[in-house]
Design a protein around this ligand. Sequence first.
Ligand code: HEC
Ligand code: HEC
Ligand code: HEC
Ligand code: HEC
Ligand code: HEC
Ligand code: HEC
Ligand code: HEC
Ligand code: HEC
Ligand code: HEC
Length: 331
Amino acid sequence: MRIRIGALAAILWVAALPAAGQSPPKPPANDDCLACHDATATRPTGQSMAVDATRFEASTHGPMACVDCHADLAKLTEFPHADKLAKVECGSCHDDVRSKYRDSIHAYGKEIVGLSMAPACADCHGKHDIKPRTDLTSRVYHTRIAETCGSCHTGIKEHFDTSVHAVALKKGDTKAPSCTDCHTAHAIQRADTDKWRLDVTAECGSCHTKVVESFRRTFHGKVTELGFSRVAACADCHGAHNILPASNPASTISQARLVSTCGKCHQGANQQFVKYDPHPNPQDYSRSAVLWWANRFYWVLIPGCFGFFGLHSALWFLRAARERRKKGGAA
Ligand code: HEC
Ligand code: HEC
Ligand code: HEC
Ligand code: HEC
Ligand code: HEC
Ligand code: HEC
Ligand code: HEC
Ligand code: HEC
Ligand code: HEC
């Protein structure tokens, strides 16, 4: 038995010899592909199958081989190739991003529901002209993200364009939020779940730090902090995509619209009710003199109270100690 296996191995080894002398076939070079896929190439059907070599080379993947992405052609030795090729799997290199994307509403729509309109990687990034996110011409450069998402979410983009945030972005203020600051880029979730609504409040607060402090002082803030999303969080009063300063009459928090904004949840809200301050700041006299004075009053009252009773207790303690010593000395 042992001999027979040995003999078989020897035969296989001999058979393999000529192949070992050759190097494995080289994958097709980019120029091979570009010979057919030049800048004007069309399919037999008339559809484009052009690749702009200059733009590809200037892209972040410029140094790569075509077959790094079109991996099913990597072992091709003879053209023409099959008419139908496998989809490019971006996640084979960008594994971290793929795992985030896989849990998103977009992947759910695309892969589970089968919505052809839901975006895969290339719908947001492009195919052969992908640039790093820090490049001004990238589709995902901070100030261009709204346009990219807005190519599908047109209604929201229209609202967003009028907001104070979008206006700031247009001026080049990269500190203002775009879609992904509130929604993330890859792990996008449905926007109507409790957990998500609570997370967004934290997100608004990461930029508006002073305001979030004041919000936490309110009933709405305290309850939100406990994890209940039924009370008002930032977006319930300010809107999500159409956020405007109070001075703009179109704002949900303008004097003209406050009654209806609060009225969504507080039936019978009126001008008196909306005088309630959603962002109380006891340090700010101009905002509310009453709150400021109340705060000062407590500053005097509380140290005063503790000071007085503290001193009182200390004296009491001293006296008791002296009494005890006196008694001890007498015994
Ligand atoms: C001999 C010419 C030729 C060469 C060389 C060639 N292609 Fe093609 N390629 C075609 C034609 C023709 C089609 C259109 C097939 C159809 O739609 O019927 C095509 C289609 C494609 C498609 C679309 C496939 C699909 O499923 O719709 C991709 C991707 C592609 N080629 C990539 C490459 C890559 C990468 C290379 C280099 C490894 C390459 N091609 C080399 C002729 C060529
Ligand atoms: C970063 C990955 C990547 C690289 C590198 C790449 N492609 Fe593509 N290519 C894609 C994606 C994504 C598509 C869209 C179809 C899909 O998802 O499979 C595509 C589609 C194509 C198509 C079909 C026509 C079209 O525009 O949809 C052709 C032809 C093609 N690529 C040729 C090439 C050639 C030639 C090269 C090298 C010069 C190349 N590709 C390099 C990702 C890539
Ligand atoms: C190619 C079109 C397309 C692009 C681009 C796109 N989306 Fe979507 N988006 C969809 C579709 C389709 C759905 C619905 C998916 C579903 O319901 O399963 C969706 C769902 C959503 C939802 C969940 C909506 C809900 O009902 O709660 C959010 C949030 C969202 N997208 C945000 C974004 C953001 C942010 C971007 C940009 C970073 C973006 N989308 C880019 C097509 C797109
Ligand atoms: C809905 C649109 C959208 C889809 C779908 C999408 N991306 Fe992105 N991607 C973005 C945006 C926007 C950014 C910029 C992030 C930012 O600045 O907040 C980005 C950033 C990136 C980056 C830069 C590094 C990083 O982690 O931020 C990589 C790499 C990337 N995407 C790869 C992918 C891959 C791979 C897929 C598919 C699995 C994908 N993207 C799907 C919109 C998208
Ligand atoms: C064969 C591996 C490979 C594949 C496949 C691939 N990439 Fe990349 N990608 C890279 C490398 C390498 C870089 C440059 C290094 C880096 O920044 O991560 C890069 C960079 C990027 C960037 C810029 C990252 C940044 O910092 O902003 C984006 C966006 C991106 N890729 C998206 C995609 C998309 C979308 C696909 C599919 C169409 C894809 N990649 C397919 C290897 C790959
Ligand atoms: C400042 C934070 C913020 C920014 C920026 C933002 N969103 Fe939203 N988005 C929200 C909030 C909060 C909700 C939940 C809305 C609600 O409950 O009325 C939401 C809901 C959504 C929904 C689902 C609900 C619907 O009305 O269909 C989509 C889709 C969406 N946003 C897309 C986008 C897109 C696209 C952009 C960029 C143009 C964007 N968002 C920018 C906070 C934001
Ligand atoms: C990434 C940072 C960032 C996030 C996240 C963010 N904002 Fe803003 N916000 C800004 C910047 C920057 C401005 C200033 C724009 C200007 O003054 O031109 C602004 C302006 C505003 C204004 C107008 C203030 C004024 O004084 O005119 C309101 C109201 C506002 N944001 C509410 C919100 C709400 C509500 C959220 C969450 C749903 C939010 N913001 C999320 C950065 C952010
Ligand atoms: C109960 C409703 C309500 C909630 C909840 C709320 N706000 Fe406000 N916010 C208002 C009103 C009303 C004003 C305008 C009057 C004022 O300045 O107090 C305002 C003012 C602001 C301003 C200044 C705008 C300006 O024009 O001066 C910012 C920024 C702001 N809010 C951000 C936030 C953020 C961030 C959150 C969540 C942490 C939040 N708000 C929660 C109602 C609310
Ligand atoms: C998204 C719904 C929602 C919005 C919008 C909203 N609130 Fe509230 N608010 C609540 C809930 C829920 C409670 C707690 C239940 C209760 O006592 O009514 C609450 C409690 C309050 C309280 C404390 C009540 C108490 O008994 O101590 C005041 C004051 C208040 N809201 C004022 C406002 C004002 C002013 C606005 C508009 C600027 C506003 N709210 C907008 C949901 C909302």
